[in-house]
Design a protein around this ligand. Structure first.
Ligand code: UDP
Ligand code: MG
Length: 322
């Protein structure tokens, strides 16, 4: 590993590095390898590439499958984690291990069509943009509830975070080396790619395509995992929830002042106050304590994130690579 943290799995400097995160994707490796070969080989200028599979602690035969192709084809490399560290960590390891002038990342399940790569590469190498990113224009094959919440998430991100998270943007991207190095320079432990990609800036060109269903296997993202991911994204890129907690506190304080003033005025005018006070008192106590807990929860989220950051544990642990 050199100073930049690069494992340097490849020999020489290939034109293009393909980074493929894999978690229990044994049945997908063969079709993916074959499609990449079919799309890239024979295309002028793209035969010089490296294909880096990042095995994110798969429990099935993913690593054995990858090793089969690594033995056959010198352009195939792999980085295998000691356990499952998540897709963000797998992407980071793949980027750090890539040596190509351009780097493209795509999912193992064929949802990101490799057929788009030549077009993306042409656009980036012509200097039209620093990052060619894919964006699906339909959510065909996805449960409607999921699509609905996905839309809500993008709207919330647009409101909360000061970065532009594009609806339907996939992690499927082809980037220049400078762009990848910028991503590697962000050392945060709570990595939220959907935010990190736009945060580093550069010029991004969008390539639109129709959604494809998974080639085989099933998605690793349950509904709840997506919800947690969405909140992680908001907490990672925005401190607005803290401001909301403060504003709620101030509003409640002002309401209390008004109430006190009203009681005092009533008292001075000789009226009896709070005859019917029990129910309303209970409601007020429940309401304010609810908001207090909610606010403490928000503060806790930031504290928890800070805690994982200050521990500075490695993003992932490599068991073997080649
Ligand atoms: N993945 C990973 N680690 C994980 C979960 C997923 O490396 O913990 C990989 C997975 O093998 C796939 C990609 O990330 O190549 C996207 O995962 P998936 O297809 O499950 O997500 P979706 O396409 O449904 O968003
Ligand atoms: Mg997928």
């Amino acid at each position: 590993m050199d100073k930049a943290g690069r494992h340097g799995v490849g020999g020489g400097t290939p034109g293009l590095s393909l980074v493929v995160p894999c978690f229990n994707e044994a049945p997908s490796i063969k079709p993916l390898y074959e499609e990449v070969l079919q799309v890239l080989d024979g295309q002028s200028g793209i035969s010089d590439y490296e294909l880096i599979f990042v095995d994110d602690g798969s429990k099935d035969a993913t690593l054995e499958e990858i090793k089969k192709y690594a033995a056959l084809d010198g352009r195939v490399h792999y980085i295998s984690f000691s356990r499952n560290f998540g897709k963000e960590a797998a992407l980071l390891a793949g980027f750090a291990g890539s040596t190509g002038k351009y780097v493209v990342t795509l999912d193992a399940d064929m949802q990101d069509p490799p057929a788009l790569i030549p077009e993306m590469l042409a656009s980036v190498s012509a200097g039209e943009c620093d990052c060619a990113a894919a964006r699906r224009v339909t959510r065909k094959g996805e449960p409607p509830v999921r699509s609905f919440f996905a839309r809500c998430f993008y709207r919330m991100m647009a409101k909360f975070a000061e970065i532009d998270v594009v609806d339907g943007a996939r992690d499927f991207r082809l980037m220049t080396r400078a762009y990848v190095d910028a991503i590697l320079s962000l050392e945060e432990r709570n990595r939220f790619s959907k935010g990190i990609f736009p945060w580093v800036g550069f010029r991004t060109k969008w390539f639109e395509y129709e959604n494809r269903s998974r080639g085989s296997g099933k998605t690793k993202w349950s509904f709840w995992r997506l919800v947690i991911y969405a909140f992680d994204g908001i907490f990672a890129f925005s401190s607005k929830p803290l401001a909301i907690a403060s504003v709620l506190g101030i509003l409640l304080f002002l309401a209390a002042l008004l109430l006190i003033a009203w009681i005092l005025v009533e008292k001075l005018m000789g009226h009896t106050v709070n005859v019917y006070g029990w129910a309303s008192t209970v409601c007020i106590i429940l309401f304010t304590s609810g908001i207090q807990l909610f606010s403490v929860g928000i503060v806790g989220q930031y504290l928890a994130k800070t805690y994982t950051e200050v521990k500075r544990r490695p993003h992932y642990i490599v068991r073997e690579s080649a």
